[in-house]
Design a binder for this molecule. Structure first.
Ligand SMILES: [Zn+2]
Length: 300
């Protein structure tokens, strides 16, 4: 196709040459006015483009496949997907041979019941937590179907921790049944949002747990540090069967201090020993998490 004179091939060089849906030129393939038009978005990431002819369609498809970022820009602006979808296109991705819109992520409110439903459906090793102070969802695309990750925050599950001044991200879960590109950065966004929200509500620390086999890359990148390690069975005492079906693997506690002079204390505190031990432990585990849930190991 490289030598063909199709005007839409200019897409590769100059997106601004496309004025809306039409190039204003005659199609070199079919002779009709050349056009590419976005006719539908559904599902919420599938889309259909109509063109003047199948040849032009092929050219457009090639472009969408070859340059995901520029294709996203073109689809969003020139073909007005941003307007149609009420969200901004981040990229175009190929998922098992099908092209999908990868939208810019948005943190949106979610109710407790919807958050629990999401976690029940998508978290592979933990049921939804019982407690709830607040939570949020991340959407990739319009509507409820666009939700790709959810965070639920509450009081610390460990009762010896200050129940008022410490907020725990009890669950953070992203979908693993969609292309991984679609959840890229979703966990970081949620951890950041939860920390800001906790701080706004007067919390001094925010904590969260990962399985010892998870690398915690996302948390590390968001400025959280390892505060210690807890035995998995700690959670499954007879008096507290809440986590009965949860994995009994050891957990690592992560923390971020939100204020300058906190009154409440974290067990690990800033003690270098505990942290170094946990960091060392983390260095030994595989970079990829074997169980699922939010894939913290991915560099997002
Ligand atoms: Zn044509």
């Amino acid at each position: 196709m490289n030598s063909s004179p199709c005007h839409l091939q200019d897409l590769h060089e100059d997106l601004s040459s496309i004025d809306g849906h039409y190039t204003g030129e005659s199609c070199a393939f079919c002779g009709h006015p050349e056009f590419a038009k976005l006719v539908e978005i559904w599902g919420p990431r599938e889309f259909m483009i109509e063109t003047c002819c199948e040849y032009t369609h092929e050219v457009v498809n090639e472009f969408l496949n070859e340059d995901p970022k520029r294709a996203g820009e073109w689809l969003g602006k020139a073909l007005r997907a941003n307007e149609l979808g009420g969200s901004k296109v981040r990229r175009v991705i190929a998922d098992g041979g099908q092209l999908l819109i990868d939208w810019h992520l948005q943190v949106v409110p979610i109710g407790q019941r919807a958050a629990k439903d999401f976690i029940r459906t998508h978290h592979r090793h933990c049921p939804p937590p019982a407690g709830w102070r607040f939570g949020a969802a991340v959407r990739n695309g319009p509507g409820d179907e666009g939700i790709v990750a959810v965070a639920m925050c509450g009081r610390p599950v460990a009762r010896h921790l200050d129940q008022k001044r410490i907020v725990e991200v009890n669950r953070l879960c992203s979908r693993t049944d969609v292309a991984s590109e679609l959840t890229w950065n979703a966990c970081s966004l949620l951890y950041g949002w939860c920390a800001r929200k906790a701080k706004a509500l007067g919390a001094e620390h925010i904590i969260s747990y990962t399985l010892a086999s998870e690398a915690g890359t996302t948390l590390k990148a968001a400025g959280w540090t390892v505060d210690g390690r807890v035995g998995g069975r700690h959670w499954d005492t007879p008096s507290r069967r809440r986590h009965r079906s949860a994995n009994v693997e050891d957990k690592v506690r992560w923390a971020r201090t939100l204020v300058r002079k906190p009154i409440s204390k974290l067990p690990g505190g800033t003690a270098g020993g505990a942290r170094a031990g946990a960091e060392e432990l983390l260095a030994q585990v595989p970079a990829r998490m074997p169980i699922g849930g939010c894939e913290l190991a991915r560099a997002d």
